[in-house]
Design a binder for this molecule. Structure first.
Ligand SMILES: Nc1ncnc2c1ncn2[C@@H]1O[C@H](COP(=O)(O)OP(=O)(O)OP(=O)(O)O)[C@@H](O)[C@H]1O
Length: 637
């Protein structure tokens, strides 16, 4: 009797693109460890569309994460080979396109901008001109049926954008813009209506065929039509492999092993078989036993050569018909492609690849992308402008046209201190939120090695500066003249320089805080407290010379202290004040005020330089934290 191999359904003479052997994965749980995957082995070929299916908690995402090299924590055993050799982590991620369950993209970019940024960052300029990249993106949009929404924003729960199905296709497109060998998708149908989910699966199949790509996806409960699209399925139950082979043979396999189909949808039938019933202790034990039997049967079946008797009517000598399921097109293509690995690809497997493009080209692409996003963040841009205009009018008219009497001393000090605080609170917190909003996309892009961290850091900081510096400088110029601070060109420019440097520090501080704390709500609580501490040492609320020596040093790392000190010295030096008979104490000139407030410890030029150094220090710390916080800590075998 003719038999068919149902575990691999491999194209003749083809080498698998990815093979995994005896994968065991354990995680720490309260009171010990829990095994999530048990001795899972398998292989996939180019041109195949493969689904990992199983009930919730079966270990689908875990298996996909391990195969993609993105599993964190726990203990991993076993081996994985890419194109017949041990994987090189640096190069594997360039050959792999990984689409996470959540569509992690910038909501303020359009579909075309998102794909174009991916093409510009991930395709080498040496090989592809800008026009080539545009053409590639345009073809991709056509293939993924996205052309009609190319100018629509990606969107999120706040910004109206493309539909869920379209967003998923953009996520796929952003990964397929290069020519990966393997596409992995984690639950691509989750959250989509049935027709969008079917479209995603159908397009994945089309892409696999056209590009000779191996596509592996986890999927919870596909429709009958979707199951029919898969070349191969991998069924997991409680982390155990219960079937791996052609999708079309799965029902027959279970029937042959004593489980006749109970549902017209094969996926529902498989899930029923593999689900643990928690209704009662007896039901749980029975279903756990069934899963164990299924896993044992499959292990035995595979060890015994994985042959199912073929249907007599289908039987053709020398050809089971099964391998055609896994890829009539795949079979021809696979053997061709495996032999067709370019010299360049072969080299990549052995060595760490150089960055895709030059530092400058990468930085310019990111700067453009970040600038577009910043300018589309209307609440941030207009919020900054409105805040500065309001404060200019408010502060300017509270401290309107200051005179030279004794009351004006307090008012001048009030104006300068308030202006210093304005550089801090209203800048740091919104800037921190804006920086943190892109964290998830940053993690995704770093995991796939899309760009250098230095270019990201440069672009992100630079794109924020004009939006903050411009309204703030205009506000300070306005207040300066409305309040009538000393009309002296030198003093005016020093005043602006002191603010500019403090704003530079504030953005660095915001970056640092955004890297220290991973959640916006926590950051929004910690940042004001840390700033309040700094403000205490600014020299206005407490006389810095009278603070206990144990804490007095803090003023030397307090950027607010330097700016306030510089502004006060700049404004008061050279001023003469009038005294009237009502004044119980009287400052005759600015020098006396400066001395009384103890703000002359550091000369003005030094306050500017020290703040510049502190600012650079914040950026350096923020950069180191960025590298550390976003460093992929994946287990690798
Ligand atoms: N790091 C971990 N620590 C503890 N338990 C974990 C860890 N990772 C995974 N698990 C557990 O392992 C099991 C498998 O998880 P996994 O996310 O792979 O399942 P899944 O099949 O993808 O489920 P779903 O369809 O619901 O997403 C689950 O019970 C999960 O709670």
């Amino acid at each position: 009797m003719a038999c068919v191999d149902t575990t691999t359904a491999k194209p003749k003479n083809a080498q698998p693109i990815l093979t995994w052997d005896n994968l065991n994965y354990d995680v720490k749980v309260k009171g010990g460890t829990r095994r999530i995957l048990h001795n899972v082995s398998g292989s996939i070929y180019q041109g195949e569309l493969v689904a990992i299916m199983g009930a919730s908690g079966a270990g689908k995402t875990t298996l996909l994460s391990i195969l993609s090299g993105r599993v964190r924590g726990g203990r991993l055993e076993g081996s994985i080979e890419f194109q017949g050799a041990k994987r090189n982590p640096h190069t594997f991620k360039r050959m792999l396109a990984y689409v996470e369950q959540e569509d992690l993209m910038y909501p303020a970019l359009t579909v075309e901008e998102t794909l174009m940024a991916s093409a510009q960052l991930r395709l080498p300029n040496e090989k592809y001109s800008l026009d080539d990249k545009k053409e590639r993106v345009s073809n991709l949009m056509r293939q993924l049926r996205l052309s009609q929404v190319k100018d629509t924003l990606i969107g999120d729960h706040e910004i109206r954008g493309v539909s869920g199905g379209e967003r998923k296709r953009v996520s796929i497109g952003a990964e397929l813009v290069t020519d990966p060998s393997i596409l992995m998708l984690d639950e691509p149908s989750s959250g989509l209506d049935s027709s969008s989910a079917e479209m995603v699966v159908a397009l994945s199949k089309e892409m696999s065929r056209k590009r000779n790509l191996c596509t592996l996806m986890t999927i919870h409960q596909p429709s009958t039509e979707m199951v029919a699209q898969f070349d191969k399925i991998i069924l997991l139950a409680q982390g155990k492999l219960v079937y791996m082979g052609p999708a079309s043979e799965a029902v027959r396999y279970f029937e042959h092993h004593g489980y006749p189909p109970t549902n017209s949808n094969p996926a529902s039938f498989f899930i029923e078989l593999m689900t643990i019933d928690f209704e009662s202790a007896e039901a749980t034990q029975k279903s756990e036993q069934r899963v164990q039997d299924l896993a044992d049967s499959f292990a035995k079946f595979r060890d015994g050569g994985a042959k199912l008797p073929s249907d007599s009517e289908k039987e053709t000598p020398g050809d089971s018909g099964i391998s055609t399921v896994s890829g009539s097109s795949a079979s021809t293509n696979s053997s061709k492609i495996v032999g067709d690995i370019t010299e360049e690809q072969a080299k990549l497997v052995l060595t760490k690849p150089p960055p895709m493009n030059s530092w400058l080209s990468e930085a310019l692409v990111l700067l453009r992308r970040d600038w577009t996003m910043t300018m589309r963040n209307r609440s941030f841009v207009w919020g900054m402008a409105a805040e500065c205009l309001t404060m200019m009018l408010f502060v300017g008219f509270v401290f309107f046209q200051l005179k030279k009497d004794q009351a004006s001393i307090q008012n001048r000090i009030g104006t300068l201190f308030f202006m210093t605080l304005m550089d801090i609170y209203p800048v740091i917190i919104p800037a921190m939120v804006v920086i943190m909003l892109g964290r998830t996309v940053l993690f995704r892009e770093r995991s796939s090695g899309t760009y250098r961290m230095t270019t990201y850091f440069f672009a992100r900081s630079l794109s924020l500066m004009p939006v903050i510096f411009t309204p703030y400088m205009l506000m300070y110029i306005g207040i300066y003249f409305i309040s009538h601070l000393q009309y002296h060109a030198g003093k005016f420019f020093i005043h602006l320089a002191l603010h500019l440097v403090l704003l530079f520090c504030a953005i660095g501080y915001a970056f640092m805080m955004a890297m220290i704390v991973s959640r916006i709500d926590i950051a929004a609580t910690i940042a004001p407290v840390s700033l309040a501490c700094l403000i205490l040492f600014a020299g206005n609320l407490a006389n810095v010379n009278s603070i206990t020596p144990v804490l007095r040093w803090i003023k030397y790392v307090c950027m607010v202290f330097y700016t306030y000190s510089g502004l006060t010295q700049n404004e008061f030096s050279g001023l003469e004040f009038t005294c009237s008979s009502d004044n119980t104490s009287c400052y005759k000139n600015g020098a006396e005020v400066i001395e009384f407030y103890g703000v002359d410890v550091v000369p003005i030029w030094a306050t500017v330089l020290i703040n510049l150094a502190l600012g650079i220090g914040f950026y350096i710390i923020a950069y180191c934290l960025l590298r550390w916080a976003t460093k992929p800590r994946f287990l690798w075998i």
